[in-house]
Write a protein that binds this ligand. Structure first.
Ligand code: NI
Length: 134
């Protein structure tokens, strides 16, 4: 059984490779390579997989999951410039793929290993990435 906590955050980014020209960056990354950065309203869904605890009736207390996400993910990325403010993206492009992987790694470390974990991240309502460790 999987349960899900949905959160949202806003962040700015730029997708680019320093060793590529502005033209090539534009060709590969489109508007996301805009040199002056731009923002997205990210939607983050965190799925926790486990069994129902017979004492509580919960897989995991959603309040605990909410607090984990707020403390370790939202406080870190919300209203930030991912390229400039977040060391995680100093050397990797803050694509939805890479952001979801970073978030998964942060939460995996905080979550009891008895639970499965899957992170679903949307940069727009049309694009979505799912990461569960692979
Ligand atoms: Ni973008």
């Amino acid at each position: 059984m999987k349960i899900c906590r949905r959160e949202t955050f806003n962040a700015a980014h730029r997708l680019f490779r320093e060793n590529w020209s502005d033209e090539k960056n534009l060709e590969i990354f489109g508007k996301c390579s805009n040199p002056n950065y731009h923002g997205h309203n990210y939607v983050l869904e965190v799925y926790v997989e486990g069994t129902i605890d017979p004492e509580t009736g919960y897989v995991i207390d959603l309040k605990i999951l909410k607090e984990l996400i707020h403390e370790y993910v939202l406080d870190r990325f919300d209203h930030r410039n991912l390229n400039l403010d977040c060391a995680e993206f100093k050397n990797i492009n803050p694509t939805t793929e890479n952001i979801s992987k970073v978030i998964w790694e942060i939460l995996r470390e905080k979550l009891d290993s008895k639970f499965g974990l899957e992170v679903v991240l949307s940069e727009t309502d049309k694009n979505k990435v799912i990461f569960n460790g692979k």
